[in-house]
Design a protein around this ligand. Sequence first.
Ligand code: GAR
Length: 188
Amino acid sequence: MKRLVIFASGSGSNAENLINFFQKRGNVSVIQVLTNNPRAKVLDRCKKLKISALSFNKIAFSETEDVLNILKTIEPDLIILAGFLWKFPEFILNHFPNRVINIHPSLLPKYGGKGMYGKHVHEAVVNKKESETGITIHYVNAQYDEGAIIFQAKCAVLASDSAEDVAKKIHKLEMEHFPIVVDRLLTS
Ligand code: GAR
């Protein structure tokens, strides 16, 4: 059984989708969900799904080894950032080389970097009158959104699309592709 840890900061629809996908498959177990936000909706989702979830603060995450020690105990095959908004500390990354991945709601390197998350990305895409956007799944390194790209999927942006319309298209792509890409990484 492969072991996953998921980090999320907000709603957690990707976390829930991954949990449901692998509960059906039975080949992978989501051992722990971790969040930096004690009010994040992902905590309610995990309660319903009967998945262990914990919140932590900056001290536990980046000023001490508390979160690192949780991860070391779990020994995850993959650590997944699914809507996680804090920069991942390099000292944690060093313990899990090529085992931390992120999903980003644009076609990186476009619309990445600090402050580029969620609706801010979709608003920028609409303001720039892009004709397409998409999702990127990539390895995490010490810079925001700059690690090696594993997978991208595209969707069209119509001139009439609002940022909310784009968000819906991106959500659909994420639900469709993310679990499959994770499954492939774990089994290849
Ligand atoms: C997702 O669209 C994800 O790609 C994005 O946040 C959303 C989280 O949704 N991540 C980023 O913007 C990272 N820079 P969710 O909490 O419902 O899974």
